[in-house]
Write a protein that binds this ligand. Sequence first.
Ligand SMILES: CC(C)(COP(=O)(O)OP(=O)(O)OC[C@H]1O[C@@H](n2cnc3c(N)ncnc32)[C@H](O)[C@@H]1OP(=O)(O)O)[C@@H](O)C(=O)NCCC(=O)NCCS
Length: 206
Amino acid sequence: MASINDDVPTPPREILTERLLLLPAQESDAEAVFGAIDESRTELEAWMAWTPQVRAPEDLRRRAPQVRENWDARTDFGISIFRREDGRFLGGTGMHDPNWDVPSLSIGYWMRTSETGKGYVREAVTALTRVGFGQLGLRRMVITCAATNTRSRRVAESVGYQLEGRLRNDERLPNGDLRDTLVYSLIDSDDVVRELLAGESGTLTQ
Ligand SMILES: CC(C)(COP(=O)(O)OP(=O)(O)OC[C@H]1O[C@@H](n2cnc3c(N)ncnc32)[C@H](O)[C@@H]1OP(=O)(O)O)[C@@H](O)C(=O)NCCC(=O)NCCS
């Protein structure tokens, strides 16, 4: 019997950009992802509550079936970022919190510390934004981040996302401090989206 989710789109399973290969996160990435998290604990743990729970590759392997199930059910799309040149695992991104009624999605990201400052995240976010508005037919895409997370804000702003709101005392940071959350968005009629879709979109394969 067809499920309701058969009616909604799914991102391509492979996205190629100039320097990157984006693939669904999978069990076989566990060692590489763990290595990247382990070298980046100071930066990641400042912002992301899940990182202290990852103490061994096995912790990632255990989550893999759920990640795959979420992709198939179109409820969450976890994506690994690899460098095309040498296949190195660079970081994670994903399309989250879908509302297929709109339809809309949000994007999250992290980069291993040794590969930050090279524009890889904005390259990945640009590609996902193109896929979102192009192939998935989204009407809205969102990036949220802590107001004090300057580097994350720069990613959203550099791709052209518009600041649309500030949620005060919205959540707690991993250190227990309250944080304001900034909400950035793009909608399909924004000039930035038209320009992104008119530009080079890279090679997309299903
Ligand atoms: C937030 C985070 C993903 C940003 O990573 P990043 O590497 O700074 O982001 P980018 O890949 O877009 O790189 C941008 C930088 O690369 C530089 N750069 C170098 N070569 C570049 C190129 N070829 N193209 C574009 N930018 C380039 C840019 O000038 C920019 O530098 P700046 O930060 O000094 O302005 C990273 O700091 C991180 O993982 N933080 C911890 C987790 C986190 O906070 N995630 C977000 C939660 S909301």
